[in-house]
Design a protein. Structure first.
Length: 282
């Protein structure tokens, strides 16, 4: 008979941070194979089979209810349920509507019948910060690293461990973008270079080549998740490229796409269109 358990040593065990279950023989000691700490049983034996059966029955019942509900809504609406048109983060500036508006016979400015759109304020200039990583930030970064498709398991584990076990992790620069924008605005480039070459950054991080830079790319919560993930990835990659090509950064630098979020500012959508440069000391 097998027993499943979990490690609760969140401060020093990769399996605990990832919430992985560990399967052992019932006669084996409940010890984590990675960190050696005691394990907490989460299931096993006949009781586990009963739980699984109950969950399976519940899922089937919910699926049946959902199926008939969707059919009813489809017939009532006269169309196919579930179809949706993906919406990007936002329409990039400069793209006008393609819907024609009839001219006013009196020579007045044509109106679409909608109130005029209020132009969005340009993004604020880049700023230097000295903000330590909170538990919420670390947790979201680790969760996003776990889902990154472009890394080998070995590279993913190294990046994961550098964030999880860092003795210090601080945000040093924040760069904001306009809606749909992914490259650093040209007028902001000199300021970003100046902030990265400041004495406090040079002495504390750039002079220590063991320091790792992690660039987090964010998008606002408008549009669908997949489109916003691509926008945030492009922002992070553009900053990494700028750091390496224009600022002489020799440290290992990683880009992490955080996707759509309200982590930066829950009350101001525009403030979530950012890339953040974090310095991580192992």
């Amino acid at each position: 008979m097998k027993v499943t358990a979990k490690c609760m040593n969140h401060s020093g065990c990769l399996k605990a941070y990832r919430g992985e279950t560990i399967t052992l023989d019932s006669a084996a000691p409940l010890i984590c194979p990675e960190c050696g700490k005691p394990l907490t049983p989460v299931g096993g034996g006949s009781a586990q089979l009963v739980k699984i059966a109950a969950v399976a029955i519940g899922v089937l019942v919910l699926a049946a209810v959902a199926f008939f509900a969707v059919r009813a809504l489809s017939h009532r609406g006269g169309g196919t349920a579930g179809e949706a048109t993906p919406v990007p983060e936002a329409t990039p500036p400069g793209i006008a509507s393609s819907t024609p508006v009839a001219p006013d016979p009196n020579g007045n400015t044509p109106s679409s019948g909608q109130p005029p759109a209020v132009p969005e304020a340009p993004p604020a200039a880049p700023v230097a910060t000295d903000e330590p990583a909170s538990d919420a930030v670390k947790k979201e970064v680790l969760a996003r690293i776990d889902k990154m498709p472009g890394l080998t398991p070995e590279k993913k584990d190294r990046l994961y461990n550098s964030v999880q076990r860092a003795r210090e992790m601080r945000k040093i620069v924040e760069i904001r973008f306009a809606s749909g924008q992914t490259d650093i605005p040209p007028n902001f480039a000199p300021e970003v270079k100046k902030l990265l070459e400041a004495d406090e950054v040079q002495k504390k991080f750039r002079d220590d080549l063991t320091a790792v830079f992690v660039v987090l790319g964010f998008a606002d919560s408008k549009g669908n998740e997949q489109s916003n993930l691509k926008v945030s990835e492009a922002r992070a990659k553009s900053v990494v490229k700028f750091m390496e090509n224009n600022c002489g950064v020799k440290n290992v630098t990683h880009d992490v796409a955080m996707g759509s979020t309200s982590l930066v500012d829950k009350n101001n959508t525009a403030k979530n269109r950012v890339a953040e440069i974090w310095a991580v000391l192992p």
